[in-house]
Design a protein around this ligand. Structure first.
Ligand code: LLP
Length: 422
């Protein structure tokens, strides 16, 4: 459920008409609803209220500093995957104690910086990474808290690009090597073994894969205990799906909690960590664009907008389905078979294809829905297009939380001289 709705045929975000935002900020722009964001965070916090837990919002989904700060202020921790995201965590005021660091390719610098920040734990994805962390911690004279990310070899039944828990995926430590690597980790002088982690994929629309994964990795806990390895944290990753099309009914955080309840009860002495990204921010944001041209061809028309695949790449990359809505509704308009596309020089530059949509006219506004997660954060400068503005709505007020980039800023890091010596 979100707070984008029509009032007198004008699409509003909470109490603000989107037309007003377009007039003030221009297009394209991302608009986020604070109320929706908070509602989704709370849904997780309430669902797991009976279990000691920490919700570590996955920064990659949407890393805008204002959004991070609002989430952190409401008690969220952060799941990060790079030095850049660590710096965002710092600037959002997230204490190290609430930061977990995931990812298969952590660099020396990233590991040192995270140790310096005093993060809760590294989710270690390979043996060489474990030894690298130990070496850096030795040099710094600290002990590095680690969880091992175990690949449970469970099919998440989602898009192949978003499946991470199969043996064939690059993620995590193969299940069969888990116990041995824990033993090794336990013997390393500057490693403190604190947790067990898994993340099997994103946009999961059924609960069975979660249950299966927790069964698999949960079975390791008593074995480890027998070896004298007592873990404090069980991190089950993110991945809960969201409704993109009307009629989609992915499980709610409460249903996830219920499905895992009996398993989690077996581990009363571990704190649960979750890393949701999309489920918190996905439906809290839309991408607003203006129609530049309408071009009829054969059986359909191309609605060409000022936003492109560089601003929201999910349809091009995953053939993802996003709803498209007019910002002003006209009930007297007929419907047309439409392709809503951008200005980029690629045929993959589309937001919606083969869609029956009310006729659009040049200059009108539309939104691409469910764009809060993996929208701006995956945007690029392709075709030398500056980054778009981001706006946060809170009740009847809105503020720009990222300014539109200028072409000057876009080019600022490039040189025009032929020879440059370092
Ligand atoms: N934890 C880890 C270790 C992850 O790799 C991810 C997402 C998450 C948590 C958060 O997952 P979520 O709750 O958002 O599903 N770009 C794709 C999604 C890629 C997800 C990458 N990892 C998309 O646009 O759908």
């Amino acid at each position: 459920m979100d707070y984008f709705h029509y009032l007198e045929d004008r699409l509003h975000c909470e109490e603000v008409p989107l037309e007003e935002i377009a007039a003030a900020v221009g297009t394209p722009c991302y608009c986020y609803s604070q109320r929706t964001l908070m509602r989704h965070l709370q849904a997780f916090q309430r669902a797991f209220v009976d279990t000691p837990h920490l919700i570590c919002y996955s920064v990659k989904a949407n890393s805008n500093l204002t959004l991070l700060k609002r989430l952190v202020d409401r008690g969220a921790g952060l799941d990060i995957v790079s030095g850049g995201e660590l710096e965002r965590a710092r600037r959002a005021g997230c204490p190290g104690e609430r930061v977990v660091f995931s990812g298969v390719g952590k660099s020396h610098d990233e590991i040192s910086a995270a140790l310096g920040y005093g993060i809760r734990m590294f989710n270690v994805e390979s043996m060489p990474e474990l030894y690298r962390i130990n070496a850096i911690a030795t040099r710094l004279g600290v002990r590095a808290p680690v969880a091992l990310r175990i690949n449970p070899d469970v099919d998440a039944h989602t898009h192949s690009h978003m499946t991470t828990g199969l043996w064939r995926n690059k993620f995590g430590i193969p299940y069969g090597q888990a116990i041995d690597l824990y033993r090794q980790a336990n013997r390393l002088g500057h490693i403190e073994v604190v947790g067990l982690d898994c993340h099997i994929g994103s946009q999961l629309t059924t609960l069975d894969p979660f249950v299966e994964a927790i069964q698999r990795i949960g079975a390791l806990l008593p074995l480890l205990r027998r070896e004298g390895i007592q873990l404090r944290y069980l991190d089950i990753g993110g991945g809960l799906g969201i409704p993109y099309e009307s009629g989609d009914q992915p499980p709610t955080p409460a249903q996830l909690a219920e499905a895992l309840h009996s398993q989690l009860q077996q581990f009363p002495d571990v704190e649960l960590i979750l890393e949701p990204g999309r489920a918190i921010v996905g439906n809290a944001g839309v991408l607003m664009a203006r129609v530049e041209y309408v071009k009829p061809v054969e059986d359909r028309c191309f609605v060409i907008t000022d936003a492109g695949m560089n601003d929201l790449i999910r349809p091009a990359l995953y053939n993802a389905w996003h709803g498209v809505l007019p910002v002003v509704r006209h009930f007297d308009r007929s419907e047309w078979l439409s392709d809503v596309v951008g200005p980029i020089c690629e045929s993959g530059d589309f937001f919606a294809r083969d869609r029956l949509l009310p006729e659009f006219q040049e200059g009108e506004l539309l939104v691409v829905r469910s764009a809060g997660a993996y929208g701006f954060s995956m945007s690029s400068h392709y075709n030398s297009r500056p980054g778009v503005a981001e706006v946060l709505v809170d009740g009847n007020r809105f503020s720009v939380i990222r300014q539109r980039e200028t072409i000057e800023q876009l080019l600022a890091h490039e040189m025009t001289d032929e020879l440059h010596r370092s």
